[in-house]
Design a protein around this ligand. Structure first.
Ligand code: DUC
Ligand code: ZN
Ligand code: ZN
Ligand code: ZN
Length: 469
């Protein structure tokens, strides 16, 4: 196989920006050279990255392709969703396989492999959602860590009756994770209290989409984050990762635990950095349903957005993922007309994460180094994919994005590649653009179009977290 040389670009890595040429041989990175120092090879293909950033492909550790939810199913398949991810410069996803309450864990995992295998355009791994914790689930945790490369388990303090685990179940799963090295991922919202608020709102005739957010107040996110942190403490500091953190008060809990040296980590998502409850409130008719997700969007009259950007700078928020969980407006979001609690929860964004967080660099919120860290390097380390993914280093998979800071992107339903009939970010302007995307040495996106294919993406067996204190 002849090589590929990415010349003239600025490589962004853990130690900042350097001018370097990146040589790819086959599926991996062979070497980085000082500009112009790569040995001549006339057979080699070259990409001119002059004036552009050369960064590791994005690693999105929170997606829900084809997730069954509220009587419907997330509208991106592994085929459409991973293709859209590729267009946006994401070359690895970690999706959530689901064990439904009462189901055998291995059956849930097998069903997820059946959906994904042979369908993905980029490499993919799985976390496992446990829909309840019993002796069989605890034994399955050991087995998944040892033989399946699944080293992280998501529990829900929300959604009573669907995915929910009570505190006793959570503690037992954390104790097991402490013993087998896995990480517990937590959807931290007090679902029992939220359900009371939902029933009270509906009884008052408050049925519009906006009441979704109003019945999930920040206090009930912060309370659940606090409780999860204390339970993990009792489980001898089991590694805990809070998903889709959205509120200042919840971030304070994580920051305090981290200041105390605990193995507590958190991610946020672009929707909490860019979208607010007021955007949803301003939408006509039932259209606010497009912005229904959990945790919910927060008010712009409170400092959540500002605090989340600060958390990304200080590493109290280590990762940006999307929680990509797309539903069409027609026939899917519309299931909740007349009852907001029946709106399927989720926003689709797997295609836009790299761009939206890059815009944070342009806006002075983050450094270039921190951009790459939060969207690629740290997620790879957190979930046992490093240094194969998340860094441009000899021996790493050649998952590479050439990003053009002189380009422009306008996000919208007419141009996106996700299987959705609307965009939560419609009209958002990005002062940058994904130029070229390489997955394991193959150019899958460039100026001329799409060159990827389903089935190119491989299942990734992951190791234990490489990010512990
Ligand atoms: N939140 C969402 O918005 N969608 C799927 C599940 C979840 O927790
Ligand atoms: Zn969740
Ligand atoms: Zn999720
Ligand atoms: Zn081409």
């Amino acid at each position: 196989m002849t090589g590929l040389l990415i010349k003239g670009g600025t490589v962004i890595g853990p130690s900042g920006a350097t001018f370097a040429d990146v040589l790819v041989e086959g599926e991996t990175i062979a070497a980085l050279f000082a500009p112009g120092r790569a040995p001549e090879d006339t057979a080699r293909r070259e990409i001119d990255a002059t004036g552009k950033y050369v960064i590791p492909g994005g690693v999105d550790v929170h997606t829900h392709m084809q997730l069954p939810f509220g009587g419907t199913s997330a509208s991106d398949t592994f085929d459409t969703g991973t293709r859209a991810a590729a267009f946006g410069g994401t070359t690895t996803i970690v999706d959530f396989a689901v064990q439904r309450t009462g189901e055998v864990v291995a059956d849930g995992l097998a069903a997820w492999h059946a959906k994904a295998d042979g369908e993905c355009h980029i490499d993919y791994g799985f976390h496992m959602i446990l829909g309840g914790v019993d002796d069989a689930a605890l034994a399955a945790m050991d087995q998944l860590v040892e033989t399946e490369g699944i080293t992280s388990f998501k529990l829900f303090m929300a959604y009573p009756g669907v995915f929910y685990s009570d505190d006793g179940q959570i503690l037992r799963a954390m104790q097991r994770a402490r013993d087998n090295g896995a990480t517990i991922m937590m959807h931290a919202e007090n679902g029992i209290a939220i359900d009371v608020l939902i029933q009270q709102a509906l009884a008052r005739g408050e049925t519009d989409p906006i009441y979704h957010g109003l019945t999930r107040p920040p206090a009930l996110e912060a309370e659940a984050v606090h409780r999860a942190i204390r339970l993990a403490e009792v489980a001898r500091d089991c590694p805990l990762y809070i998903v889709h953190l959205s509120a200042s008060e919840a971030l304070e809990q994580v920051a305090a635990a981290r200041d105390a040296g605990r193995n507590v980590f958190a991610e946020t998502c672009p929707q909490y950095l860019y979208l607010t409850l007021e955007d949803q409130l301003g939408a006509p008719g039932f259209e606010g349903a497009k912005w229904v997700c959990s945790t919910p969007l927060r008010s712009k009259f409170e400092p959540h957005g500002r605090d989340l950007w600060r958390g990304l700078r200080t590493n109290d928020l280590a990762v940006v993922s999307t929680d990509h969980c797309p539903f069409c407006f027609k026939d899917q979001k519309e299931l909740g007309v007349g009852d907001f609690s029946k709106i399927p929860n989720g926003i689709g964004g797997v295609e836009h994460r790299m761009d939206l967080i890059y815009q944070g660099v342009v806006d002075g919120q983050l450094s270039l180094r921190r951009w790459v860290e939060t969207v690629a390097t740290t997620p790879a380390r957190m979930f046992g994919l490093y240094p194969r993914k998340g860094v441009l280093a000899p021996g790493s998979d050649a998952d590479i994005v050439v990003y053009d800071p002189a380009g422009h992107t306008t996000i919208g339903v007419e141009t996106h590649h996700m299987n959705m009939d609307h965009s939560a970010y419609e009209g958002t302007r990005i002062d940058g653009r994904v130029d070229t995307v390489i997955s394991r040495g193959s150019v899958i996106v460039d100026g001329a179009g799409y060159h990827g294919r389903k089935g190119h993406g491989r299942y990734l067996r992951r190791g234990l977290s490489q990010y512990l204190m």
